[in-house]
Design a protein around this ligand. Structure first.
Ligand code: SPV
Ligand code: MN
Length: 632
């Protein structure tokens, strides 16, 4: 196709300015031109603006976000507030679908749709969806600049808020796109907030909200939404495309934080990744005092020349849950949220230019503006539900390097070497606070068995367990069996396989009270670090290695200046055999629903089960403490 001719039509009709067109052509990439042409024709914006990496271009986005009222400025310099529709406050799982061809197999828990039908439906919805609006053409990088890890991302959107968020969360990529040498080796994302209503403008046609993942074309089409988990191409939408790519190559894409652990008195940093379902302590682990944060949400992990797995954060910012961020428990984030810098609040209460969220540790005013609109205490929505002053899933969007614990290796093109992996669950009665897997395959099994109990913060019954393999179930686009197998082969390529640990910060005693204080997790993390460096011995059990009392006692003293009693240790590090067997039964039931789960998974399940039953017989009881196990 002669794109010069095609686009001259666009300039003639005033759709695109000459200098914007020049920016597009300077990339020398026909794939980009083809995509822009196809979706401009379909979405019919009244203007196309191409944003390069230049300061002026990025500043234009920021200014426009405010002038078109997608964001409003707050009292503190650089702070803005954005609202999503009252009905678009979280990821829409029901309408997020993986498009697959006839005959392709996916796990039963993956939401799929026939590709032809899906495309027909969404392209229909997108027809004219940008009418009267400006379409931004953006270029970003998933990963550090000049890095083997990094994947380019092209974003078309009619939301300046989406583009502004991406400037905070991702690295600039216009110049990197020139390095593609015309190839189509990039992801692309077409987003439209659709028809808008009200002031601030929010998506009107929520019933036509669709998020369709087209693996064949490395693209995601998303329409009639604004909430970042639905709208931002580079966040959970790119995660799915990258999971597909990694699982068909030799690397991993994970829903992981990356943490640099620094034990007291040792002059070293040891890197861990960690996957935790929501409300299981992911952010609080990534933000542990005295440690370094590289990333809080998504990691690409590759086998590296030094024999270690290396990981990069594909983001450079945080889209974090703001609920419960307060000066006492999260001093670093709280400080960043209450001092001048560029950041976006979303879906919190604003009164006199000040933001208020749930659990911020200070009283909030009885009225103001929030995600519902004009709000006052006691107001109910159309369903008769009381509207809280801020949404429980309200967020802040901020540059990571605005946090004082940000690790400069965030930008290391070689990533950081991973010595350990955490899988964090939430259960009140089964898993000890920390367990190390017996080997790599057993580590995969630990990750595959993560469960999270529902809390009073979510809708529905409390204490219901939800399986969440590697905290990645929502984002899996390949069969779970293939995903586990890929983990296995990944580990076998490495000379230094990461050691794998599970954590459970939520174990309760007979009285129903939590057995651990909030900061105890620091000891589990530092113990795991020591294990990867050969500092501690451990007690071997059928489910994995448990820490020894003396080591924990010393770490509690050193890291927290706390006395850790033998009684506490015994209660926390006891194998509750019946509960562990129940957990194995649940895993068996779930994984039986999948066609091809690798053999190693079933071998480990069988071995753990028989090992636990044997112990039960040997001790003649069903609760056996680590101290008793240490004797055998
Ligand atoms: C999560 O829910 O895991 C998040 C926020 O990190 S969202 O972008 O909505 O996915
Ligand atoms: Mn996440």
């Amino acid at each position: 196709m002669n794109y010069k001719e095609v686009f001259s039509g666009f300039t003639d009709s005033g759709l695109i300015a000459n200098n914007d067109l020049e920016k597009l052509f300077a990339l020398q990439n026909e794939h980009v031109l083809k995509i822009v042409k196809q979706f401009v024709d379909l979405c019919k914006p009244s203007k196309i603006t191409v944003i390069s990496d230049s300061k002026e271009d990025i500043e234009y986005v920021k200014q426009k976000t405010v002038s078109n009222q997608e964001e409003s400025t707050l009292q503190i310099e650089g702070h803005t507030i954005h609202y999503d529709s009252y009905y678009d406050q979280a990821r829409d799982k029901e309408n997020t679908k993986v498009l697959i061809s006839k005959g392709e197999y996916r796990s039963p828990w993956i939401n799929t749709m026939n590709r032809d039908e899906g495309l027909e439906e969404i392209l229909n919805i997108m027809d004219g969806c940008m009418k009267g609006k400006e379409c931004l053409v953006r270029f970003f990088c998933l990963g550090p600049l000049n890095s083997k890890f990094t994947i380019g991302a092209l974003q078309l959107t009619d939301s300046f808020y989406v583009a502004h968020s991406e400037d905070l969360l991702y690295r600039k990529g216009y110049e990197e796109f020139k390095e593609l040498d015309g190839s189509n080796n990039f992801f692309y994302f077409i987003h439209s907030a659709g028809e808008l209503v009200g002031n601030p403008p929010v998506t009107k046609n929520i019933d036509k909200r669709r998020i369709y993942i087209d693996l064949q074309e490395n693209r995601v089409l998303t329409v009639n939404n604004q909430y970042a988990g639905n709208s931002l191409g580079l966040k959970k939408l790119a995660l799915r495309l990258a999971i597909y790519k990694a699982n068909n190559e030799d690397w991993l894409t994970e829903h992981d934080f990356i943490l640099g652990v620094r034990p007291k008195g040792k002059n070293r940093v040891t890197y861990f990744t960690g996957a935790f379902p929501s409300a299981c302590g992911k952010t609080s682990t990534a933000m542990l005092p005295g440690q370094l944060i590289v990333g809080d949400d998504i990691a690409y992990i590759r086998p590296w020349e030094d024999g270690f797995a290396h990981a990069v954060n594909i983001e450079k910012g945080i889209f974090g849950i703001i609920k419960d961020v307060n000066a006492k428990n999260d001093p670093v984030i709280y400080e960043a949220l209450t001092t001048p810098r560029e950041l976006i609040f979303s879906n919190v209460l604003v009164n006199m230019g000040k933001p208020y969220w749930i659990g911020m540790g200070i009283d909030h005013p009885k009225d103001g503006f929030n995600h519902y609109g004009d709000w006052n205490d006691g107001i109910t929505d159309n369903n008769g539900n009381r509207v809280t002053h801020a949404h429980p899933n309200a967020r802040y969007t901020i540059n990571l390097n605005d946090l004082s614990n940000c690790d400069p290796r965030l930008e290391d093109p070689d990533g950081v070497p991973i010595h350990g992996i955490f899988y964090g669950g939430r259960d009140s009665d089964t898993m000890p606070p920390v367990v190390e897997s017996l080997n790599w395959e057993n580590g995969i099994f630990l990750g595959a068995g993560i469960e999270s109990e529902t809390t009073s913060a979510t809708l529905g019954a409390v204490g219901v367990r939800k399986a969440s393999p590697m905290a990645n179930l929502d984002f899996l686009v390949v069969p779970l069996g293939k995903y586990l197998k890929n983990h296995q082969t990944f580990g076998h390529q490495l000379k230094h396989c990461p050691q794998v640990f599970s954590t459970n910060y939520f174990l309760k005693g007979k009285d129903g009270k939590y057995l651990n204080a909030i900061l105890d997790k620091k000891v589990w993390v530092i113990w795991a670090e020591g294990r990867t460096r050969g500092d501690f011995d451990a007690i071997k059990t059928p489910i994995g290695y448990l820490p020894k009392y003396e080591d924990l006692k010393n770490l509690f003293k050193l890291e927290l200046n706390k006395t850790y009693s033998q009684e506490d240790y015994i209660e926390q590090f006891t194998l509750r055999i019946n509960f562990l067997l129940d957990k194995l039964n649940r895993m068996e039931e779930m994984y039986n629903a999948e066609k091809k789960i690798p053999k190693f998974f079933w071998d480990i399940l069988t071995k753990q089960r028989s090992g636990l039953i044997e112990l039960q017989k040997k001790f003649g009881k069903e609760q056996i403490s680590a101290s008793e196990l240490a004797q055998i």
